[in-house]
Design a protein around this ligand. Structure first.
Ligand code: NAP
Ligand code: GDD
Length: 365
């Protein structure tokens, strides 16, 4: 689809300040959309990922507008949707950290579960249910204790965290409203997707920042939890395009987006260290807290240790997606694979650590 094909269309994004929100905003602006985003009031700046595309609304030709709001505030959502009158809504806002959801289960349920209900009812309250298409950021975490491998749209759910349980409510309330009211509502069941803009407490970014710092002598050791968990990791830029493609499909449906490859956290660590010329050798009993990763060329140098603080009360051991429905119906495929992803993130974090870019979560190409 060429640039500006969608000129005149209006999109509203919740979670615009997050990893996916920032890439999606760039993508929609490049297609000619007017983009509105909901941001949370914060005492410190939380717009670092979109500052490079934001322009003061007093300038001419401005296409990006920000509104204060929160998924826990129904009146505010109704007011924003009534004013913006979006053609498409992308609901990316969430308390998105699985481990943190065990510390804040009630808030997670409110924001990630009931928040979706608030959005859907706001669309109805504004009389937009026949015109406004809605994307919900569903997740491979729904598969949790997986019931089959690989996981597809027909695999039963078995959520393993307060985050995943909240997202399961969101998934089904969306399906119910689609069937009950004939609304164009879509669940994108996205497997893990990462980028140089990934939050620093998710495992991939935690690794690429730590390995970059270790390579420059700024840190000595990386502390991790379960390094044998397996994930199907793709690049966020590919996945936001898939979100948009889902909303262009005339019949609303639910789609898995994944690469179809799975790798352990351990492999991610090894590949990241290779990018700075270090080979990791694993010592101690595999899968225990005594296992360590050392520099194979100097085994006295301990570079990776296990800290049980990062274990989860219930873990998702294996995720591997089957994206064939998205390929067949939408023509979507992940372009960047595992090796390209590690390299992209390492390149960006090495630049950041060397002081060539400013901030860990600042936007980069
Ligand atoms: P992220 O970087 O953590 O961004 C989350 C966004 O939600 C941020 O903009 C955050 O605002 C906003 N937010 C948090 N609480 C909110 C609230 N109460 N009201 C309104 N906005 C709120 O997450 P992401 O990786 O971009 O993921 C986007 C969505 O996809 C999330 O719903 C996530 O659960 C889902 N998902 C992600 C993946 C993945 O691998 N990345 C896979 C499947 C599904 P602040 O910036 O102010 O914190
Ligand atoms: N965060 C983190 N920190 N995870 C660790 C660590 C650590 O120190 N050590 C090992 N892990 C393991 C986790 O136990 C998990 O099995 C795996 O690394 C990935 O963890 P995260 O990167 O935190 O992501 P996630 O898979 O739990 O959740 C992400 O992907 C979901 C889609 O499957 C988030 O983006 C969710 O919002 C998203 O829905």
């Amino acid at each position: 689809m060429s640039e500006l094909t969608h000129a005149g269309k209006v999109a509203l994004i919740t979670g615009i300040t997050g990893q996916d929100g920032s890439y999606l905003t760039e993508f929609l602006l490049s297609k000619g959309y007017e983009v509105h985003g909901i941001i949370r009031r914060s005492s410190s700046f939380n717009t670092g990922r979109i500052d490079h595309i934001y322009r003061d609304r007093h300038e001419t030709g401005v296409k990006l507008f920000l509104h204060y709001g929160d998924l826990c505030d129904a009146t505010n959502l109704i007011t924003i949707i009534a004013n913006v009158k979006p053609d498409e809504i992308y609901n990316l806002g969430a308390m998105s950290h699985v481990k943190v959801s065990f510390d804040m289960p009630e808030y997670t349920a409110d924001c990630d579960g009931v928040g979706v209900l608030r959005m859907l009812d706001a669309i109805r309250a504004c009389g937009l249910e026949k015109t406004c298409r809605f994307y919900q950021a569903s997740t491979s975490e729904l598969y949790g204790k997986v019931q089959e491998v690989p996981q597809s749209e027909t695999t039963p759910f078995y959520p393993r965290s307060p985050y995943a349980v909240a997202k399961q409510y969101a998934f089904w309330i969306l399906v119910n409203y689609r069937e009950a009211y004939g609304m164009h509502l879509t669940n994108g069941i996205l497997f893990n997707h990462e980028s140089p803009r990934r939050g620093a407490t998710f495992v991939t970014r935690k690794i690429t920042i730590a390995v970059s710092r270790i390579s420059q002598g700024l840190d000595k050791c990386l502390f991790l939890g379960n390094i044998d968990a397996k994930r199907d990791w793709g690049h966020a830029r590919d996945y936001v395009k898939g979100m948009w493609m889902m909303l262009q499909h005339d019949v609303a449906d639910d789609y898995v987006l994944a690469t179809g490859e799975t790798h352990t956290v351990r492999e991610f660590v090894e590949k990241a260290f290779v990018e700075v010329g270090i080979t990791i050798a694993w010592k101690g009993e595999t899968g225990t807290v005594d296992e360590i990763g050392v520099d194979a060329s100097d085994e006295s140098r301990v570079l990776v240790q296990i800290d049980p603080r990062y274990f989860r009360p219930t873990e998702v051991e294996l995720l591997l997606g089957d994206p064939s429905k998205a390929k067949r119906d939408l023509g979507w495929e992940a372009e960047l694979g595992f090796e390209g992803l590690v390299k992209d993130m390492m390149d960006a974090d090495l630049k950041m650590v060397k002081g060539e870019t400013i901030d860990p979560e600042a936007p980069r190409p």
